[in-house]
Every structure is written in C-alpha cells, then in structure tokens.
Design a protein around this ligand. Structure first.
Ligand SMILES: [Zn+2]
Length: 266
C-alpha cells in the first residue's frame, strides 16, 4: 500500500528539526511521498533541500496571509515574475499554497483577490495545478476558478464543508483534500463529503503541523497521520483500505503528474 500526503509543511517547526526522521516514520506507515507547499518567499528558500529527494514534491506560491505585503495598487508583476523564476529553477509540481481567507484581519478580499488571480493565471499559463486554501470565501473562490473556463485544475485543501458545496468545486474541475477533520466523529459535514463525493476527486492530506486529528493536537501532526485519515475513510465509506489507498494515490499522481516509482504495487 502506498499513500501520499498531498499537503504538509515539512520546513515548519517542529517537523523541520529532523525531516528525515519524519519521512521515515511516514514511510513506516506506507506514506512514501509528500507534497510540500511553500507559502511565501522566505519559506520558498527553505525548500531547497527537498528538491533533490524524489519522494518529496514541492509547490510554490504566496498565501493570502501574506496579501498585506503585496504591492499597493495591485501590481503583481514582481511577485509573479519571482514565482515564475522559482518554478523555472525547481521541479515544482504545483502552484500553492494560495487562496482566500476572510477570517484574518491583516487583509481583505480586495487585497487577496488580485494576488490569487495573478497566481491562477500563472497556473493556467504553466499548465500546473493549484493548491488552494479557502476560509469564508467559497463563492468568491468558485467564481475565480470558473473565470478560467475549465482550464484550471488543482485541489481545494483541508476540505471541511459538506458535499453539496464540494460537488460544485468538483464540477469546476477541482479535487478536494480530506484531512484530519474526517477523523473527528463529530465533524458531520466533512464526513458526509467523504462519503458522498466521487472517490476519483478525493486526495488525502495532513496539513502537518497545522491541523490536528481526533485525539492528536495540531503540533503533533506528522505526514504519517495520513494513514489515520485513510483509516477514517475506510470507516466512513465501508470500502477496503487497499482500494481507497490505491485510488487516492492514483488521483494524486494524475493531478500532480507524479511518476510512479519502479515496482510500486497498485
Ligand atoms: Zn497548508
């Protein structure tokens, strides 16, 4: 069995203290590959050691939490140029983490939307998937995606909402990332999504060290916990682990265009 953590921040504390040990603990539970999105220019620089490891896949973007540092007047030429340069210089598999967030007080959607738009356009131009963060602005996010008329692909990560909204993002061309929330017995909406949404559009992730699981605080979350997310999906969907693991891993390989390592069993 092979699982992929499609969203973790290996360069963040405490994971950064010993990333090799984190990878080993993940591999011991079948989590053999990680997708690591960086969210601002300082974090981009922390990704360099990961670029040479074939089991680690990098993504680069500017997070909405950094939108207040964006240039006044919305001229994002400089940011997108440096992002394009970074994509050229690396083996990035996606643009992310980018998005919209109305639950922060450092910026609002008038600042965040141009930053998102510039990066979505770059993703279309480069034919790269996007890794999206969204809190409180799902309609605005949906419109931003639909504006690209089906030419955008990517994942809305840490999906925490119900299946009706999820279905709309899937119709717009996205995958949804299921994480720690589906391990919580009381989390009705994401568990309903995990049950009802089409398996071919679901990915597994931890967002380590950002989001906890049932009985695991965020700070203790590691990529190996993707195995617990997969186990929760087994309980919710009543389907065998080998099938759910194979399907979600294949989804990740297809979306991020990852080549399967030699000898991997399906
Ligand atoms: Zn994240």
């Amino acid at each position: 069995m092979t699982l992929i953590d499609t969203h973790c921040h290996l360069y963040m504390s405490p994971l950064d203290a010993d990333p090799t040990a984190v990878q080993a603990r993940a591999a011991a539970r079948g989590v053999t590959e990680l997708i690591i999105p960086a969210y601002d220019q300082p974090s981009w620089d922390l990704m360099t050691p990961f670029e040479s490891d074939p089991s680690l896949h990098t993504a680069y973007g500017i997070h909405p939490w950094l939108a207040h540092e964006s240039p006044p007047g919305g001229n994002f030429g400089g940011i997108t140029t440096s992002l394009a340069d970074r994509l050229d210089a690396t083996s990035a598999v996606a643009i992310g983490e980018i998005g919209l967030d109305t639950k922060i007080d450092t910026s609002d959607l008038t600042q965040q939307m141009p930053l998102l738009e510039a990066q979505l356009q770059l993703a279309v131009d480069r034919d790269l998937p996007v890794i999206l963060h969204c809190r409180g602005a799902f309609e605005e996010m949906l419109s931003a995606i639909e504006n690209h008329g089906g030419r955008l692909r990517g994942v809305l990560h840490a999906w925490s909402r119900g299946p009706d909204l999820g279905e709309r993002f899937i119709r717009a061309g996205l995958h949804l990332g299921l994480g720690g929330s589906i391990t919580r017995p009381t989390a009705k909406r994401p568990r309903k999504s995990a049950l009802r949404l089409p398996l071919e559009r679901l990915l597994l992730e931890t967002d380590a060290p950002g989001i906890g699981l049932h009985n695991v605080p965020a700070v203790e979350t590691e990529p190996h916990h993707v195995a617990d997310v997969a186990a929760a999906l087994v309980t919710i969907r009543h389907e065998p682990l080998f099938r759910l693991a194979a399907a979600t891993t294949a989804n990740a390989r297809e979306l991020f265009r990852l080549s399967a390592p030699q000898g991997e069993s399906p």
